[in-house]
Design a protein around this ligand. Structure first.
Ligand code: NAD
Ligand code: ZN
Length: 359
């Protein structure tokens, strides 16, 4: 399956399927043969779990740079090491990068590609469910000690090659985390699709063919939005549904304490509570959604570990906060997102309401 992504700056395709790594590069063969070096950036876990499959099916010779996994991959130190590797391997502006891993590897590799010699091309080869989101749309970043994703660039890949074979070695937690972004894409776009997801007996155990269809649907939502708004001036903000409260919780837990998607799921329930006030979401729906998420193992008890005062410091650092005013993405109905400024005092009220629902 091929999904076109047509942004203002660049057109490319997401190629998704099972066991496609050996054939997916056919359309890029001429471009890759012109490159003087192909460099694969990956992380330790991905290389241990999937390196053999990659070496067997990747059709070109390459050099590999193996990075620490998780957020450590997105440190300034690793960013510098990545550039050192490229320089020591005599890479030039004709070299080509591949991001082989989850969102962390994708974000670091994309930013390294955007900045090495003022920009060299790269291809995303995502290996997590979450990366159906992060690999598409061209946001690249590393973390600053004072905040996540604060240093980055919009820089689109030449292609995204998504071989779902890689998903087989993901832990249940990583599957759960990634599925939260799939559910987000459904919440902001399509009620029928959401109902189908909510009817799954287990969100972490969806059959692989069906899972590929959900991932395709999620990629289409993202592609459609970034085609309209590449640099988040307008509708791209909708993709941040659940992320304002989610990011605050992720920061409070110390990055890595909560998987990104786990935090986003918790943040989406908070956004639904706010949507009851500003849109037409019913308490009945919020309760049904919460019990669906709870049943699927999302760690809602994490909220109770932090006071609102702790969360509020991080809420105010959100990139969407302007002049101290918080902006939340809310839903009028399922599939109808909008952006709403919310006073901190109301955030506190809804936080209290949330905690009482969880106890
Ligand atoms: P990740 O890359 O840290 O991967 C999660 C864990 O799974 C890591 O330990 C990794 O080594 C391991 N892993 C990855 N693929 C595996 C596989 N196939 N088998 C076994 N283990 C595997 O995280 P993620 O959840 O994919 O992405 C989260 C990151 O993505 C965050 O840094 C977040 O900021 C970023 N993100 C970026 C965007 C964007 O638009 N650029 C969007 C959402 C999230
Ligand atoms: Zn996200």
């Amino acid at each position: 399956m091929r999904i076109p992504v047509n942004t203002a700056s660049h057109r490319y395709e997401v190629i998704i399927g099972s066991n496609i790594l050996h054939t997916a590069f056919d359309s890029f063969d001429a471009m890759l043969k012109k490159a003087d070096k192909l460099i694969v950036f990956t992380d330790e876990n991905v290389w241990n779990a999937q390196g053999d499959y990659f070496k067997k099916h990747f059709p070109y010779s390459f050099e590999v740079f193996i990075m620490p996994s998780g957020e450590a991959c997105k440190s300034f130190e690793n960013y510098q090491n990545a550039h050192t590797f490229l320089i020591e391997k005599d890479c030039t502006r004709k070299s080509f990068l591949f991001a082989f891993g989850g969102g962390a590897v994708g974000d670091l590799t994309g930013f390294a590609a955007a900045t090495f010699m003022r920009g060299i091309p790269f291809i995303q080869i995502p290996t997590t469910i979450l990366a159906h989101d992060s690999a598409v749309g061209g946001k690249t970043a590393i973390n600053h000690p004072l905040g996540k994703n604060l240093v980055g660039a919009f820089y689109q890949p030449e292609a995204v090659i998504y071989d779902t074979m890689f998903l087989q070695s993901l832990s249940k937690r990583e599957v759960r985390s990634g599925m939260a972004e799939v559910i987000k894409h459904a919440l902001i776009s399509n009620e029928n699709w959401l109902m189908q997801l909510m009817a799954s007996p287990s969100i972490t155990n969806i059959e692989s063919g069906q899972l590929a269809l959900h991932l395709k649907a999620g990629i289409e939502v993202k592609a459609n939005i970034v085609a309209q708004d590449e640099t988040e001036q307008s509708v791209r903000k909708y993709l941040n549904f659940g992320h304002t409260y989610g990011h605050a919780l992720e920061a409070a837990a110390g990055y890595g304490g909560l998987a990104h998607g786990e935090a986003v799921m918790i943040g989406m329930v908070y956004a639904l509570l706010l949507s009851e006030r500003y849109g037409q979401i019913s308490r009945e729906f919020t309760r049904a959604f919460l019990s669906f998420a709870y049943k699927n193992g999302y760690p809602f008890h994490e909220v109770l570990k932090y006071s609102f005062e702790t969360l509020q410091q991080f809420l105010l650092k959100d990139k969407k906060a302007e002049y101290g005013e918080l902006k939340f993405v809310l839903l009028n109905k399922i599939g109808e997102p909008f952006v709403q400024p919310i006073e901190l005092s109301e955030c506190r009220e809804v936080d209290i309401e949330y905690r009482s629902l969880l106890m």
